[in-house]
Design a protein around this ligand. Structure first.
Ligand SMILES: [Cu+2]
Length: 138
């Protein structure tokens, strides 16, 4: 019984790895993190499920790269672009600050399936840092 379950798990994990190799940058998970272009703000984005055509609730976490301290009052902005077709989404949600460097972007609209770039911006002191995350939306 134990071996059966282990074998099943092993095959599942292996299958996922093999399937992942042939795909180009199509990570299904919504989780992304990166330092901003200025390396001042560390941006983390996540959601409860992979991003979909339609509306998406994104969680954003902002921390100082230098100190790892959460950034409050960062006035983050979010914008979605579909580079292949040179258009954006119709409107971007007003971001809510939750405290402790956590923010919520409710109802980000991605009106088409395909590759989207999500551009995030945030203020740290008087500097504006930004980052771009890529998603393949189905
Ligand atoms: Cu499009």
């Amino acid at each position: 019984m134990k071996w059966d379950r282990f074998g099943f798990l092993a095959v599942s994990v292996l299958g996922a790895l093999v399937a992942g190799c042939g795909e180009t940058d199509s990570v299904v998970d919504a989780y992304r993190e990166s330092d901003g272009d200025l390396r001042l703000v560390h941006f983390v984005v996540d959601a409860d499920s992979p991003l979909v055509q339609g509306t998406n609730d994104l969680r954003i976490s902002l921390r100082e790269v230098a100190s790892d301290a959460p950034i409050t009052g960062a006035n983050p902005t979010i914008m979605a672009m579909m580079p292949a077709m040179a258009h954006g989404n119709s409107e971007s949600p007003a971001i809510k600050e939750l405290g402790e460097g956590a923010y919520l972007a409710p109802g980000l609209s991605l009106p088409m399936a395909g590759r989207w770039e999500i551009h995030l911006g945030a203020m740290l002191a008087d500097k504006h840092d930004s980052v771009k995350f890529t998603y393949d939306v189905r």
